[in-house]
Design a protein around this ligand. Structure first.
Ligand code: FBP
Length: 323
């Protein structure tokens, strides 16, 4: 059964969504409308929480590594169906995958065009994704947002920021929302520091300062990545013991919770481990999740059940915080 069979396919903008959009009063009506489409869609529509399917791993990690565990995923239409049947808020992918299904599924799921990507065929400590599609492409296929990755910590970060600045301005002037994947990485950081709580919070803040409407980061660890932050976190008693504490701190860094921050799923893992992580993210006030490998690498029904369980956790938390 589809989510729309249960709830109807039309939702009024709820108070929870209005409260979020009030934090974006500086944006033009087109951008607000695009954000509302994501927030109002699917099983979580209207709750203020979002779960998105991202499928750029074929480009980012390679096709076999991404799709061999569930070969149905080689087919671009599969991901549209998965996102639609699960009742997710949106589906994000590079141009080729979106183009392949945008006509087939013109209206069933908000689309986010991932406009930059990197591959693993050239090894470098300082990655810089290439811009692989344009704002015109996004408009042509009916996407309502662009997705853009930055790697704070890379020697090439300034070029990424500058291109993001340009693309953000152009996307927003065309009514598209901007979602930034902010992933610390590069020769400026140790592997451990990439997911350290101070570094993830910093990455979320940079994305917010660059005008991101939604920010995507990895769940932060309890490590402190920058030696100079050891004292700052200690002296100011910043709570980072549990994942919920750390999520709440990352949100604080994203304009005191006034920017939508969602958390990525990471490599495939067991169901209970994922659900526990989601409970912590939800308890810390996280706005939601973007779950790629953990969904499309499972058989479809199993993936849908997992995504439903994830959304149920967010729905319950939303219910108690909105009441
Ligand atoms: P996953 O849920 O599969 O981690 O997807 C989230 C995501 O941001 C993808 O959009 C992207 O391809 C991938 O993570 C990048 O992962 P990494 O930066 O670890 O290569």
């Amino acid at each position: 059964m589809l989510w729309c069979d249960l709830f109807g396919d039309f939702q009024m903008t709820t108070q929870a969504v209005k409260n979020i959009l009030n934090n974006y009063k500086h944006e033009n009506p087109g951008v607000i409308r695009s954000m509302a489409q994501i927030l109002n869609h699917g099983y979580l529509g209207g709750t203020g929480k979002v779960v998105i399917l991202p499928v750029d791993q074929g480009f980012e990690h390679g096709p076999a590594k991404s799709f061999a565990p569930n070969p149905a995923g080689y087919d671009p239409l599969y991901h549209f169906e998965l996102a639609i049947e699960a009742g997710l808020n949106a589906y994000a992918a590079p141009l080729g995958f979106l183009e392949a299904g945008a006509r087939e599924y013109p209206d069933e799921i908000p689309l986010i065009l991932k406009v930059n990507s990197k591959d693993l065929l050239y090894k470098t400590k300082d990655p810089i994704p290439a811009v692989t599609s344009t704002i015109e492409d996004a408009l042509r296929i009916g996407a309502i947002a662009i997705g853009y990755t930055i790697y704070p910590g890379s020697a090439m970060r300034n070029a990424m920021y500058e291109t993001l600045q340009y693309m953000t301005q152009y996307a927003k002037s065309n009514g598209l929302a901007v979602i930034v994947w902010s992933y610390p990485r590069g020769s400026g950081l140790s592997k451990e520091a990439e997911t350290a709580v101070d570094v993830v919070a910093y990455a979320a803040h940079i994305a917010a300062q660059m005008g991101a409407n939604m920010i995507k980061v990895k769940p932060p660890t309890e490590k402190i990545g920058l030696p100079e932050n050891e004292a700052v976190y200690k002296d100011n008693n910043i709570k980072i013991d549990t994942l919920a504490d750390r999520v709440s701190h990352v949100l604080q860094a994203a304009f005191n919770g006034k920017r939508i921050v969602i958390f990525s799923g990471g490599p495939a893992k067991g169901k209970e481990a994922i659900l526990e992580e989601i409970r912590q993210i939800a308890a810390g006030g996280g706005y939601g999740s973007i779950v790629g490998r953990n969904s499309f690498q499972r058989p479809k029904q199993e993936a849908i059940e997992l995504l439903r369980d994830i959304m149920e956790i967010y729905k319950e938390v939303a219910k108690s915080s909105n009441s």
